[in-house]
Design a protein around this ligand. Structure first.
Ligand SMILES: NC(=O)c1ccc[n+]([C@@H]2O[C@H](COP(=O)([O-])OP(=O)(O)OC[C@H]3O[C@@H](n4cnc5c(N)ncnc54)[C@H](OP(=O)(O)O)[C@@H]3O)[C@@H](O)[C@H]2O)c1
Length: 254
C-alpha cells in the first residue's frame, strides 16, 4: 500500500479540529490528533477514523510549549498538512477597561505561540519535501470591534498577520499558507464564549440564518489542503454564514 500523507491537526479532540481530523482521515491522510488534556475525546476521534478504514494517532502536546511540540514533530518523517486550530486558553470577554495587561499579553502570547512553535518545527520537513499546506484557524472576531472581546480579537488579528508573513516566507518552497476565519460555530468553546441567546442572535443576523457547524469549517480547511488549490496562498477565508456581506457589517452583540 502507498505511504499515506501525514496531517497534523492541533486541538483535534473536539469541535472544529475533530471535524477536520475526521475529514482528513476519510481523505486518506494519517492524522496526528493533537490534544491537551482530554485523552478520551482524542482517542474517540482516532477510533472513528480507524473504524472508517483510516489511520490516526492521538498525540498530547501543549502547542504553547516548544519542547512538547519538538517531541511531537520529532517523531514524524513527513508532514504534508498542518492545521493550527487549538483553542488556546479561553478568550477573555471584556473591554479595554476590564482587561489587564497580563490578560491581553497572555492571550496574544498563547495564540501566537500556538502557531509559531509548531510552524517552526514543521517547516524544515515541508521545505525538504518541496511541498506542504498550512491552515491557521483564526476568527471573524479579529475584524469585529466593540464586541467586548479585546484580547481575543487582538490575538486573532495578530495570527492573521503572522499567517501572511509565513505565506510570503515559504511560498518559494512550494508551501501554501492560508487562514480560515469562522464566525459563530456550534462547539463547546463556542457555547462557553457565547451564551445561547447570543448564538441565536448571530445566527439570525447571518445571511444563511443559522450557526456555522464544525463540519462547515472543516470542509473549507479541506479545500485549502487540496492539491488543486495550491495556487491559493496568503488568503483569509471567512466561514461565517455571510456576516460580512450584511449591510453595515456584523450585528452588534446583545
Ligand atoms: N467555536 C467558535 O465559535 C469559533 C469561532 C471562531 C473561531 N474559532 C476558533 O476555532 C478553533 C477551534 O475552536 P473550537 O470551538 O473548535 O474549540 P473546542 O471545541 O474548545 O476544542 C478545542 C481543542 O483545542 C485543544 N486545546 C486547547 N488548548 C490547547 C493547547 N494549549 N495545546 C493543544 N491543544 C489544545 C483542546 O484539547 P483538550 O480537549 O484536550 O483540552 C480541544 O481538542 C480555535 O482556534 C478558535 O479560536 C472558534
Amino acid at each position: 500500500m502507498a505511504e499515506r500523507p501525514v496531517a497534523v491537526v492541533t486541538g483535534a479532540g473536539r469541535g472544529i479540529g475533530a471535524a477536520t481530523a475526521l475529514l482528513l482521515g476519510q481523505r486518506g491522510y494519517h492524522v496526528v490528533v493533537n490534544y491537551l488534556q482530554d485523552v478520551d475525546t482524542a482517542a474517540a476521534v482516532v477510533a472513528r477514523i480507524e473504524r472508517a478504514g483510516g489511520s490516526a494517532v492521538a498525540a498530547r502536546a501543549d502547542v504553547r510549549e516548544p519542547g512538547q511540540i519538538g517531541e511531537l514533530v520529532g517523531g514524524l518523517d513527513r508532514v504534508d498538512a498542518l492545521v493550527c486550530n487549538a483553542n488556546v486558553r479561553q478568550p477573555v470577554r471584556a473591554s479595554l477597561e476590564q482587561t489587564s495587561w497580563d490578560e491581553l499579553a497572555g492571550k496574544v502570547a498563547d495564540e501566537l505561540g500556538g502557531a509559531f512553535h509548531i510552524t517552526r518545527a514543521v517547516l524544515p520537513i515541508m521545505r525538504a519535501a518541496g511541498r506542504g499546506r498550512i491552515v491557521y484557524v483564526s476568527s471573524m472576531s479579529a475584524g469585529w470591534t466593540g464586541k467586548q472581546q479585546l484580547a481575543h480579537a487582538v490575538s486573532k488579528a495578530a495570527l492573521n498577520s503572522f499567517a501572511e508573513q509565513v505565506a510570503a516566507d515559504v511560498g518559494a518552497y512550494g508551501i501554501s499558507v492560508n487562514t480560515v476565519a469562522p464566525g459563530a460555530v456550534r462547539t463547546e468553546a463556542g457555547a462557553a464564549f457565547m451564551p445561547a441567546a447570543m448564538g441565536e442572535h448571530l445566527a439570525g443576523h447571518s445571511v444563511l440564518g443559522r450557526m456555522v457547524e464544525p463540519e462547515d469549517v472543516a470542509a473549507v480547511i479541506g479545500l485549502l489542503l487540496d492539491e488543486r488549490t495550491a495556487a491559493l496562498t496568503g488568503a483569509l477565508i471567512p466561514v461565517d454564514g455571510g456576516f460580512q456581506v450584511m449591510v453595515g457589517g456584523p450585528p452588534r452583540l446583545p
